[in-house]
Design a protein around this ligand. Structure first.
Ligand SMILES: C[S@@+](CC[C@H](N)C(=O)[O-])C[C@H]1O[C@@H](n2cnc3c(N)ncnc32)[C@H](O)[C@@H]1O
Length: 384
């Protein structure tokens, strides 16, 4: 049995669960220690889990804290991309009805109001809405922006249709949190057919094999060196179990020169047409040809790009979290093997990739079979 470090709650380490569980950005134990509160661990059926409000309660509770909004609002690239996308396309916003799905502190709603919208509905299920109301007032937009407290799936909008949906729904690995599902819900229910716009409208998820030697040295090879004359080598495998387990290293920084070759996108989501089913499962075969001088690879890195486009296509704006770009709060995500894999200069890496939503819908399993050159395939699964 495991306990939280303060010994107050029984917990289960996330990666020791043979079954699907929830890990939530708002769950303090999970965020800090990667534990799941013991009483939330089910061996049981999906029905039971769907009825359990814990997943949503802790998720929305997480968004009521300043910490998470500070992370997002201090991300200059994120905020400036949204501001540019909305202001540079103000011709599309002028006198229009706008729905801000998951308005948080209300920043995007304020952008839309300043861009000339007739009315903006900012909807959020978290208690952050009370702060959003203050922000809207402080920016003299309270005659245009109406903040609505509730889940997008449960609220009533005062209008039948809107002209534009704006939303910042992207999680780590783009789809983690599955907030995109509530944007699609809003699209199907309220967006004007044919003329309605979604900001952003396109999202792409990229992957590349990486050399992550810096992490391997820091966390694994570290145990090979004595500390003040004490041999710690018996602990190497414990370190591997803990640091290189089946969990994705979310929000890890990858440098452009950690890449074995340019990334390829394996998922493209057109927000006007995509369905929940298309997001819930992704399968693909990718081939990478090494272009760097690295002799080893440690796993895969992933990142994403979203594109905003209004009626004037020349004013489209991109927000990409590629390792060569300046940092965002998403950084990149790493999917590491337990041991480095040697790779020759002329060897290709071919992978069979499968991404499946877990029963707890904010989470995904990622399975990759990697074939390096002519060697036997390696199979590995991770969760996020
Ligand atoms: C990533 S934050 C973005 C906040 C804000 N738009 C910004 O850009 O700073 C997502 C917000 O969406 C809200 N949210 C997520 N799912 C929702 C749903 N189904 N209904 C209403 N709000 C939701 C969360 O509570 C959170 O405040």
């Amino acid at each position: 049995m495991y306990y939280t470090p303060d010994k107050r709650e029984k917990v289960t380490p996330f990666d020791q669960l043979g079954i699907v569980v929830n890990s939530l950005p708002g769950d303090i134990y999970l965020r800090l220690y990667n534990y799941v509160p013991h009483e939330r661990v089910f061996t049981g059926d999906q029905k039971h889990m769907e009825e359990d409000p814990w997943e949503n309660d802790t998720y929305f509770a997480g968004y009521s804290y300043m910490q998470i909004h500070w992370e997002m609002l201090s991300d200059v690239r994120r905020c400036s991309a949204y501001a540019r996308a909305i202001y540079e396309n103000s011709i599309d916003f002028k006198d229009k009805l706008v729905l801000d799905v998951g308005c948080g502190t209300g920043i995007l709603s304020v952008f839309a109001a300043k861009a000339g919208a007739r009315k903006v509905y900012g909807v959020d299920a978290s208690d952050v809405v009370h702060k959003a109301e203050l922000v809207v007032k402080a920016n003299n937009c309270d005659n245009v922006v109406e903040i609505i407290h509730g889940k997008i799936e449960e609220i009533t909008l005062p209008v039948d249709k809107v002209d534009i949906i704006i939303s910042e729904w992207m999680g780590y690995f783009l789809i983690f949190e599955s907030m995109l599902e509530c944007v699609l819900f809003a699209r199907d229910k309220w967006l004007k057919k044919d003329t309605g716009l979604i900001f952003p409208y396109l999202a792409k998820l990229y992957m590349a094999p990486i050399n992550y030697d810096k992490f391997y040295r820091e966390r694994i090879l570290f145990w090979e060196k004595p500390v003040e004359g004490v041999d710690l080598t018996p602990l190497i495998n414990f370190a591997k179990d803990e640091f290189l387990n089946a969990r994705c290293l979310r929000s890890s920084e990858i440098q452009a020169d950690d890449l074995l070759c340019e990334g390829v996108h394996f998922k493209e989501i057109d927000l006007y047409t995509t369905t929940n089913d298309q997001i819930r499962t992704t399968r693909g075969i990718l081939t990478f040809k090494k272009t760097s001088n690295h002799k080893e690879f440690h796993g895969y890195g992933t990142w994403f790009e979203v594109i905003f486009q209004g009626s004037d296509k020349s004013r489209s704006v991109s927000l990409a979290t590629h390792p060569k770009e300046l940092k965002t709060h998403w950084r990149q995500d790493c999917w590491l093997f337990k041991d480095p894999v040697p790779i020759g200069d002329d060897e290709t890496i071919q992978i069979w990739l499968e991404v499946c939503q877990m029963k707890w819908k904010r989470h995904y399993n990622v399975n990759i079979i990697s074939k390096i050159g002519h060697r036997d395939p390696l199979s590995q699964s991770w969760s996020i």
